[in-house]
Every structure is written in structure tokens, then in C-alpha cells.
Design a protein around this ligand. Structure first.
Ligand code: 5GP
Length: 178
């Protein structure tokens, strides 16, 4: 089995580049159909979603706007659940169809916070697109309208997701070896 080292941890291959690309193409097709006449505002959550967003959004060839926000609350390999300010939200979202593009929903606390905060600005609707969801870790009732993969509870890196700042440039997804 191919394993790699990222900082002090060993990771093994979990999802291939081909599988990621295939699921993103399928998800983009569904989103394209749903959103074609809505002129959506895609809000990409940095840093983790940057590669996912680049691949996904290039396949959704409809009129739309794309902005990037940041709210970092994650250190090491456990979520603190503590939220910081939303940085980069410089658009009026009132009346808009907003689609949040996220890398991974773990406890769902980040997404819940984001949805609740954005809802205060009266968008027409808020949809959520996430590359990964960990159903076994969810602590909130946050809905994910578009998801590529449900995964188990293990910590993953690659394809934009990092471990302590490293591993984002890996083409595949790797999971930590216990
Ligand atoms: P939540 O608030 O849903 O618990 O956490 C969401 C954030 O935690 C994600 O945006 C991501 O930054 C981070 N996260 C959660 N699980 C993982 C994981 O398995 N790997 C990595 N690299 N980040 C994760």
C-alpha cells in the first residue's frame, strides 16, 4: 500500500484522482441544471476549497459570480468549533441565490455558523456544496444540497485539504494511518 508522510503523520491513499474528477463532473451537471436561471453567487470557503472550486465551477458554465471568503478555526486535526470573522464577504447578497462551496463538513459547526450568518442578510436562498461530508461526525442539522462523497470519520488530506499547512497540493485524497 502506498503511504506518504505529511509532517509527523503517515497517510494512505483513500480516493483516487479519477474518482474525484468523476464525482465532481456528476455534481457539476446537477448544479448546472438547478442553477442555470438563478445567476448564483458562489461563495468559496478558503483555503481548503480552492482546488475543488476551481474544478467544479469551470464545469458549471452558466452566468454566475464567484467570491472567496475565509474563516479559519481549525488547528491540527481536531475542530475547535470556535468561529472567527468572515473575511472577504464584500457583496450584497440580499435577494441572491447563494451557493457556499466548502471542502469538507465534519461537525457541521462551521457551515451552520456560515449559513446562519449569511441568512441575516436576506438572500433568496442558501445552498451548500461540499466535496466531503462526514455523516458520523455531524453535530448540526445543516443541509448539504450537493455533496460529492460521504466519508468515514478519519482525518484526510490532499486536493486542497491540509494537515497543519501541508498536503494541499496532493492530487489524490489520503487518510491518516492510525
Ligand atoms: P466542522 O466545523 O464541520 O467541524 O469543520 C469544518 C472544517 O474543518 C473544514 O472546512 C476543514 O477545514 C476542517 N476539517 C474537518 N475535517 C477535516 C479533515 O478530515 N481534514 C482536513 N484537512 N480538514 C478537516
Amino acid at each position: 500500500m502506498k503511504t506518504i508522510q505529511v509532517k509527523d503523520k503517515e497517510f494512505k491513499i483513500y480516493i483516487s484522482e479519477e474518482s474525484i474528477k468523476k464525482r465532481i463532473t456528476e455534481t457539476a451537471a446537477a448544479m448546472r441544471l438547478d442553477l442555470a436561471d438563478k445567476n448564483p453567487l458562489f461563495i468559496v470557503v478558503l483555503n481548503g476549497a480552492f482546488i475543488f472550486a476551481a474544478d467544479l465551477l469551470r464545469e458549471i458554465d452558466i452566468p454566475c459570480e464567484i467570491i472567496f471568503i475565509r474563516l479559519s478555526s481549525y488547528e491540527g486535526i481536531t475542530s475547535t468549533g470556535k468561529m472567527k470573522n468572515i473575511m472577504g464577504l464584500d457583496k450584497n447578497i440580499e435577494g441572491r441565490t447563494v451557493v457556499i462551496v466548502e471542502d469538507i463538513i465534519d461537525t457541521g459547526l462551521t457551515m451552520k455558523y456560515l449559513c446562519d450568518t449569511l441568512a441575516k442578510s436576506n438572500p433568496a436562498e442558501i445552498r451548500v456544496a461540499s466535496l466531503f461530508v462526514k455523516p458520523g461526525k455531524l453535530q448540526t442539522d445543516v443541509k448539504t444540497d450537493y455533496r460529492c462523497f460521504d466519508i468515514d470519520n478519519d482525518f484526510i488530506v490532499g486536493y486542497g485539504l491540509d494537515y497543519d499547512g501541508e498536503g494541499r497540493n496532493l492530487k489524490e485524497i489520503y487518510k491518516v494511518v492510525d
